[in-house]
Write a protein of this length. Structure first.
Length: 150
């Protein structure tokens, strides 16, 4: 994460639309994991990785999923153990972080949950975004809170 922070800072400083995407193996907040004590000692939820993820956001990166779905429980990963998929006992490990210029183009973001339920599927569901071709702000979902891009 420390190397990612350094590289992300370099990418952000270029001042072009950039997307950092992937499985970060960090559950940023309690709303990003189903109510559980079973992960209490897992590295995914420890204060240090969460603080490092927060430092990424503090560089100016916008969490695309949370920008458009600020309060919903949204998961991208359901372990195969303990019947977690059918119980919707998931975690949000996969993140789409946008630079300021990319965030101004954000139109939609979501998770294709149904893919996780398919036979032989990965334990992760695809996370996705839609960006406009224009740099102006685009109308978002009525229920979404528009993020600040200052």
């Amino acid at each position: 994460m420390e190397r990612l922070l350094a590289h992300a800072a370099e990418l952000y400083s270029v001042d072009v639309p950039v997307l950092l995407a992937g499985d970060f193996n960090v559950v940023p907040t309690e709303r990003d994991i189903y109510p559980s004590k079973s992960y209490a000692n897992n590295a995914l939820v420890q204060p240090e990785p969460r603080a490092l993820f927060r430092l990424l956001l503090d560089q100016g990166w916008v969490d695309a999923i949370r920008a458009l779905h600020p309060d919903e429980p949204i998961y991208t990963f359901w372990d195969y153990l303990r019947n977690r998929w059918p119980r919707d006992a998931g975690l949000r490990l996969d993140h789409l972080l946008l630079s300021k210029k990319a965030a101004k183009r954000l139109v939609e973001a979501g998770i294709d949950r149904e893919v996780r339920g398919m036979t032989g599927a990965s334990d992760h569901a695809p996370a996705w975004i839609v960006l406009s071709d224009e740099t102006k702000r685009v109308k978002r979902h009525a229920a979404a809170v528009a993020p600040s891009f200052s």
